[in-house]
Write a protein that binds this ligand. Structure first.
Ligand code: MG
Length: 456
């Protein structure tokens, strides 16, 4: 194996955020940009020679090219084995599942989540550690520091690895195992949920619609919902991952998942609707003509957790991000388990999970998850809902009304403003914050402002 050590000059903008390094595709396509960042990751994690790494992405534009580069670099950096999803596909939660199940030294996930894809869109790369979760800040800081002093990267000269069929091949001195991207994940889901009860529900005429938004969850949803659980073929819409997500914006909310929303609010709507985002970690849940807020979804899942076999022994606690409504707190109170309020960012949930303090977690930005992996998990939430519906035999709407009757209701509102000039956005936020001093105690109609809270 001939390792090329290629001289390079550092970039100064390779600072990963909580979800990795995200840039325009054109930035990643610039000569040595991807190579530099990947080398900085390998240098930082310093995996022992012969280690195993997981590799896959959400199928967006540049996914396949990047995977070939990363494979050649992994071989040159002493990685012994790479588990890569067939076709270069691995949803973010599935990658977390594979990392944990196979005890690897972590994985590289290629995604920019719900950001638009295609040649003009975004690309991203994220390193997850051996616990299956996003690298903590000390690791991403070290990667950034390394990227700023990088003088060379290592790569081997080899032809592309065939990615479209499962199987094993050798690249330099490294084994490349192309794995079924769905198998390990589906097996984990079957261990957590009552598939027999869901199958029975569906066989009895229950109809569902899952919008994969031409992103990564299509193959997962088709295998699990249609093949294993018996939902009618066609229940999964937009199920083929496309490099540009079909020109859409794979963000599961009422604005971007409008095709699903029209179906669920239309005549002859199915009983249940759901959507997931670009890399499969977020979810939106709908009943017939009824929207479940992410905050309520977490609360309902927590209140009904014992109905799912994987959670029948009880939950250790619940965590929610600060802007998420306190609906979950009410459930935690009743269950007699702690509820933690965290800053925004999934790593804080992972922290609590690794410490055994929480089982369930969620945030208002359409993310829900549990300790089964160390990422939020869209399809997991959908299956949890189906498990609850199969056991309770009520409509989504009826479950929510009964939940509110039992626990009380927390109403909240989220506003998204996209692509605003930064100074205008800062002005809006400043104006809101300026009112914090005077708002508490004021009355608006029948309501009094109890407190104003800012994230810190
Ligand atoms: Mg995402």
């Amino acid at each position: 194996m001939n390792i090329d050590i290629v001289a390079t000059t550092p970039f100064n903008d390779q600072k990963p955020g909580t979800s990795g390094l995200r840039k325009k595709v054109a930035v990643f396509q610039a000569p040595t940009y991807l190579e530099n960042f990947v080398q900085a990751v390998f240098d930082t994690i310093a995996a022992p020679a012969g280690s195993t790494l997981v590799l896959g992405g959400d199928g967006r534009y540049y996914n396949r090219e990047a995977i070939q580069v990363i494979l050649r670099m992994a071989a040159a950096n002493g990685i012994g084995r790479v588990l890569v999803g067939q076709g270069g596909i691995l949803s973010t939660p599935a990658a977390s599942c594979v990392i944990r199940k196979h005890g690897t030294c972590g994985g590289l996930i290629l995604s920019a989540s719900h950001n638009p894809g295609g040649p003009e869109g975004d690309f991203g790369i994220k390193y997850n550690t051996g616990n299956g979760g996003p690298a903590p800040e000390k690791v991403t800081d070290a990667i950034f520091a390394r990227s700023r002093e990088l003088a060379s990267y290592r790569i081997i000269d080899a032809p592309d690895v065939a990615l479209d069929q499962p199987g094993s091949s050798v690249l330099g001195g490294m084994t490349v195992d192309v794995i079924d991207p769905v198998a390990d994940y589906a097996e984990l889901m079957e261990s957590l949920f009552d598939f027999a009860a869901i199958r029975k529900l569906i066989a009895g005429g229950f109809e569902l619609c899952f919008d994969a938004m031409h992103a990564v969850t299509g193959p997962y949803a088709r295998e699990i919902l249609e093949r294993r659980l018996g939902a009618a073929v066609g229940s999964v819409i937009n199920g083929v991952p496309l490099e540009d997500f079909g020109g859409g914006h794979p963000d599961p909310n009422l604005t971007y998942a409008h095709e699903l929303v029209e179906i669920m609010y239309g005549a002859d709507a199915p009983d249940f609707g759901a959507a997931s985002d670009g890399d499969g970690d977020r979810n939106m849940v709908l009943g017939r003509g009824f929207f479940v807020t992410p905050s309520d979804s977490l609360a309902v899942i927590a209140a009904n957790a014992a109905l799912a076999p994987g959670y029948a022994d009880g939950i250790a606690g619940i965590a929610r991000s600060m802007p998420t409504s306190a609906a979950a707190d009410r459930v935690a109170d009743k269950l007699g388990v702690p509820c933690y309020e965290t800053p925004t960012g999934w790593k804080f949930f992972g922290n609590l999970m690794d410490a055994g303090k929480v089982t369930l977690c969620g945030e208002e930005s359409f993310g829900t998850g549990s300790s089964h992996v160390r990422e939020k998990d869209g399809l997991w939430a959908v299956l949890f809902w189906l498990n609850i519906l199969a056991r309770r035999r009520l409509s989504v709407e009826a479950i929510l009304y009964r939940h509110w009757a039992e626990f009380g209701r927390n109403v909240y509102s989220r506003h998204d403003y996209e692509a605003l000039p930064a100074d205008v956005a800062a002005g809006v936020m400043a104006q809101v914050k300026d009112q914090f001093a005077v708002l508490p105690g004021q009355r608006f109609g029948g309501y009094r402002v109890k407190f104003c809270d800012d994230f810190s």
